[in-house]
Write a protein that binds this ligand. Structure first.
Ligand code: F0G
Length: 482
């Protein structure tokens, strides 16, 4: 027995003895693995030809690193899988709904929580009720499905992002911000046809760039002059909150949850694709602080999605989302998440690859127009870069440019969009640092041979959201031998 022996004094570490790692590690261990497809180039050639150069038509088994989207592609945690087993599949009043409602209410402070199967279902319901002929919906930048749903209702979708948000190389800590002066003067003339405004956080179509709390506050003040509600398109609310913590004056000591709660407090409603910062493989919600609008939304929900306590989701999905919406605010996770996107960005920047500056939250965006500066924007440089990345490295990116937002004019030529970006979206908790090193190598390889790449033209397209299904052909060059 040595109980009475005094314990030796614990030496106080001097600061140089404390391990202060520079490496930001993945804050998880891997428990389940999925094989990575690594088909030979010849199979990619065949897949591309069959897909008519549209990467949405390429089977995932031909893709080695899939950076097409960060949506619905997250790896779920053990807590989420465990929660799935607790899913209550009752048609009405399921326990899982009440858990979901409580979680979202706590985050958003909103009264009415309406689950939907994904973000665009929320958009369809909201704009069917609030949109329509003659109306106009301002936003910082509408995401493609948001714009499509606004326009499908007959309303006009108008973007008011700051000028810095339109230039790939301009530096600004909050490139997703709204130009409130421009908005205010436009509202002088147009306020009577504006039923609501949308603020997308982070601003996906503008490069995953954040919006500051101050800008949300100022936008709200402008709207309040005309009693116009502000809705957050909050697919990536946690990433936005982290940028606010890192970059906005006076926010460093607040938790991501506190910042998130304030973002929502400044708004009257929210729509979320929970396939992003909800860590869900499916899901979303509408959150509204207005009894009548919520009641109309619920009525339409019953018609199109399902009963209001499941809204197109299974009870187990609601459980997984309730856990995900909590986990995503973990500071170790957010630090790792934003740092790993910056890691890819920094390595590509060092190689001189033209990038949208600064790094976004969920993605790195190549500036396709500068990358292939020998092409005219009408020759779809963003699509040409995406095709080359797939062909050379099996990397699937997503064009966010003229294919997605441009138009074929009556004379058959393309009306280009303001930028031709190529988005490398990073699924959450899925790929490791060595996967990203591989991506850097592949992009560097394509960049080195950029002079050999030619353009593409659209040979077949649907009337809306053409990028998903349109077909391309090369303009006088052979992509497979370039
Ligand atoms: N709003 C934003 C900002 C989005 O990024 C998305 C989807 C949606 C709404 C629509 O949500 O897909 O659940 O219906 N973005 C995905 C992407 C598709 O790849 O960026 P959804």
């Amino acid at each position: 027995m040595n109980r009475l022996r005094p314990s030796p004094p614990v030496p106080k570490p001097s600061s140089h003895q404390v391990f202060q790692p520079k490496t930001i590690i993945e804050p998880f261990r891997v428990k389940v693995v999925e094989p990575l497809p690594q088909p030979p180039r010849s199979e990619r050639v065949e897949a591309l030809a069959q897909a008519q150069f549209n990467l949405f038509s390429v089977p995932a088994t031909k893709v080695t690193i899939d950076l097409m989207t960060d949506s619905g592609t997250s790896a779920m945690s053990q807590e989420q899988w465990a929660a799935i087993m607790r899913g209550d599949e009752s048609y009405a009043g399921a326990r899982s709904y009440f858990r979901f409602k409580e979680t979202v209410q706590d985050l958003t402070g909103m009264e009415h929580i309406i689950p939907v199967h994904q973000g665009r279902a929320a958009e369809k319901i909201l704009f069917s009720i609030m949109g329509g002929e003659g109306k106009a919906i301002p936003a910082n930048t509408h995401f493609d499905t948001t714009r499509a749903n606004v326009e499908f209702s007959g309303a006009e979708a108008i973007d008011f992002v700051i000028d810095e948000g339109l230039g790939p190389s301009t530096e600004h800590p909050f490139k997703g911000n709204v130009n409130t002066q421009k908005l205010a003067s436009w509202l002088e003339e147009n306020h009577s046809r504006v039923p609501l405004m949308v603020m997308t956080v982070t601003n996906n179509s503008g490069g995953g760039q954040p919006v500051s709390l101050e800008n949300i506050r100022q936008t709200r003040e402008v709207l309040q002059r005309w009693n116009i509600p502000l809705f957050l398109d909050c697919a990536r609310f946690a990433e936005n909150a982290w940028f606010i913590k890192m970059r906005e004056k006076g926010q460093a000591d607040r938790t991501p949850r506190e910042i998130t709660q304030e973002m929502f407090r400044l708004c009257d409603g929210a729509m979320m694709s929970a396939k992003k910062d909800g860590f869900g493989n499916i899901g979303g919600f509408l959150a509204i602080n207005h009894d009548e609008i919520a009641s109309e939304c619920r009525n339409l929900l019953i018609l199109t999605e399902g009963f209001p306590t499941y809204g197109g989701l299974a009870g187990r999905d609601l459980e997984a989302l309730s856990v995900g919406l909590e986990e995503v605010l973990d500071e170790h996770y957010l630090d790792y998440r934003i740092s790993s996107t910056a890691y890819l960005w920094n390595h590509l920047d060092r190689l001189g690859v033209p990038l949208l500056r600064p790094a976004g939250g969920h993605a790195v965006y190549l500036d396709g127009r500068t990358f292939l500066s020998h092409l005219d924007p009408a020759e779809l440089p963003g699509q040409a870069v995406s095709v080359a990345l797939f062909l050379e490295g099996g990397i699937r990116a997503c064009e966010i440019g003229t294919v997605m937002f441009g138009k074929t004019r009556d004379d058959g030529l393309q009306e280009p969009s303001p930028m031709d970006l190529v988005r490398l979206a990073i699924p959450r908790r899925v790929y490791t640092q060595s996967h990203m090193d591989y991506v850097v190598e592949a992009v560097a390889h394509v960049y080195e041979k950029r002079d050999k790449l030619g353009g593409l033209r659209i040979v077949d397209e649907p009337p809306a959201l053409r990028h998903f299904t349109c077909a391309f052909e090369p303009i006088d060059w052979d992509p497979f031998s370039a």
